[in-house]
Design a protein around this ligand. Sequence first.
Ligand code: PAF
Length: 281
Amino acid sequence: MLIFRDTSRVQNHLHNLKNIGKTIGFVPTMGSLHDGHISLVKQSLIQTDITVVSIFINPTQFNNIDDLKTYPSDIDKDLKLLSSISDKIIVFNPDPDELYSGGIRLEDFNFNGLDKYMEGEFRKHHFSGVATVVNKLFSFIEADFAYFGEKDFQQLRIIENLIKEKKFKIKLIRCETIRSKDGLALSSRNNKLDFSSKKIATNLFKALNFAKEKIDEISIDEIEQKIWDNLSNFKQIKLEYFVIADEQNLKPIKTIKSSKNRAFIAAYVSGVRLIDNIKLY
Ligand code: PAF
């Protein structure tokens, strides 16, 4: 498996592959790979000739220095895992100085309002950080397809918007959220939870399913109230938001119920911030 740490080298290598007609899939990650990432990689392996996996903990998307410092990382394990899957994978694992050669700073983007709510409201500059790094990666990884998980649905919409604004010739492929048997959405942050906190964390998925069950029976206000009441019974859970929103423009909705609605949740479970969402219809 080829591993690149240098931007110009990976760029040249991929350019040569494109010139001989190879298609390229791209899976951007921050490492600490789990089955959710692997499902993206496998989808890319099915659809393209070469799959590039970037592993880079992007400092600009963390709004909390402790969160950045404690973000799980195990590069040796990640590389071993990827090399066991296919020899058609190329890894790009740069140093911060390589990607941010002009200094670690945020760029400005027009998100057309997609960053106003939910993660955008609670994690200041998070999406500018995500877009800054993805914009850099997309500009020299000449991918045909990029694979993003629906677990980070707001991020996925922000990247779809970025592709359109910057006219990248990359097609974003939406991939469904991968869950453990009890419903917990897979996330690198789950590594920070002990066994009992993981069990408690399944209540977030239960809350989303409650909304799905009740959406045609009671009002959105009532659904929200019941979810706040129920989750407040768990001392380990600190709910940050529960929102039903339009999946295109991500605006929270209170009345119009349609097939375009999704329920979104973010909460601290035993001090670890988790997010999840599901389609309601
Ligand atoms: O979803 C993630 O892991 C990150 O936000 C991404 C897209 C790799 C950008 O750093």
